[in-house]
Design a protein around this ligand. Structure first.
Ligand code: NAP
Length: 304
């Protein structure tokens, strides 16, 4: 299991890093971070490619991120990092350059450190795209998509990515409805060629109407993540023309997936998105294709 380091370790990285073999040049920063499965996936990829480095965990609190990024920038000790909860939005402000896609998605989950500059990217959107293609043989372009949880961090990025990819219609739904207003406005602001976008309230009647006209339902809520939690939607709203992508990856079969399959729909969990966002980060850091099957196997071995 990859070690967990702290800001204090990062401050003395000359000494701390010197004790590690192979050298640690990649990390995931989060709070909490001990549960992250990214080290297993990336360390398997590094070993398979014969790259003599390791990927570790960095436990950073929100108020520590800016200082940590200064160290990353000034020391050049790391080739790159991933950012997970709660750092993805803050990271956007702290990097020196941000890809236009990450800026529109409103979050950075991958940083490349290069020549004392930090470059921010978002691989969650493209990761989802590859996952949906792999699971359902479906492109996002041209689809009628409903994003449940569009007011959360992942939901916002996923919804904006679907809009940028040219989905036909986008329905934004969030338990706290107000959170989708600004996003709907931004999507309308993308201008000519942007998809039609509607923010609907989380009521059974509104959801029933919207789901009748939906091809792809993407669950970006955290509902169903913990054992014993119910599906975020009443089963009676699901139908057999739906493809249901649940971004939750902590369960093989989430409650939403079980009910979707019972309704005759296709369903997949978020493991493939996790895999592909990691593979795209690897491609950004090393400018070479990622060993996707090795990474997948590492996740499967963890029981994911
Ligand atoms: P977040 O920013 O905290 O957002 C949480 C979202 O879930 C909000 O929209 C929230 O609604 C909603 N929510 C929470 N509990 C709910 C409930 N009981 N009923 C309805 N809605 C509920 O978290 P996040 O980072 O976006 O993560 C959200 C989910 O995406 C998690 O399940 C995570 O595992 C998944 N994710 C997966 C991947 C992947 O690679 N597969 C990557 C990123 C995230 P309110 O706004 O009303 O609170």
């Amino acid at each position: 299991m990859a070690e967990v380091f702290t800001l204090r370790d990062l401050e003395q990285w000359d000494r701390v890093g010197a004790g590690l073999s192979p050298v640690a040049r990649l990390a995931v920063c989060g709070d909490p971070v001990a549960h992250s499965v990214s080290p297993a996936m990336h360390n398997a990829a590094l070993a398979a490619c014969g790259i003599e480095m390791q990927y570790v965990r960095l436990h950073l609190r929100a108020e520590e991120l800016a200082h940590a990024f200064t160290i990353l920038r000034e020391t050049g000790a790391f080739l790159g990092v991933n950012c997970t909860i709660p750092h993805k939005v803050e990271a956007l402000q702290l990097v020196d350059e941000v890809s236009s896609q990450a800026a529109l998605l409103g979050a950075v989950n991958t940083v490349r450190c290069q020549g004392n500059r930090l470059h921010g990217f978002n691989t969650d959107g493209p990761g989802l795209q590859r996952a949906v293609q792999e699971q359902f043989g479906m492109a996002l372009k041209g689809q009628r998509i409903l994003v449940l949880g569009a007011g959360g961090g992942a939901g916002r990025a996923v919804a904006m990515f679907c809009a940028l990819e040219g989905c036909r219609h986008l329905t934004l739904v969030n338990r706290t409805h107000e959170k989708t207003h600004a996003l709907a406005k931004e999507i309308h602001g993308l201008g000519k060629g942007a998809c039609e976008c509607t923010a609907v309230e989380w009521t059974e009647a509104a959801l029933a109407d919207a789901l009748r006209e939906t091809d792809l339902l993407i669950n970006c809520t955290a509902a169903g993540m913990k054992a014993g939690e119910a599906s975020p939607l009443p089963a009676r709203l699901l139908h057999d023309r739906l493809s249901v992508y649940d971004t939750i990856y902590t369960a093989h079969q989430t409650p939403l997936m079980v009910e979707a399959v019972a309704a005759g729909a296709r369903a997949a969990n978020g493991l493939s998105m996790l895999l592909h966002q990691g593979a795209i980060a690897f491609e950004i850091w090393f400018e070479r294709p990622a060993p996707v099957e090795v990474m997948r196997e590492a996740l499967v071995k963890l029981g994911r």
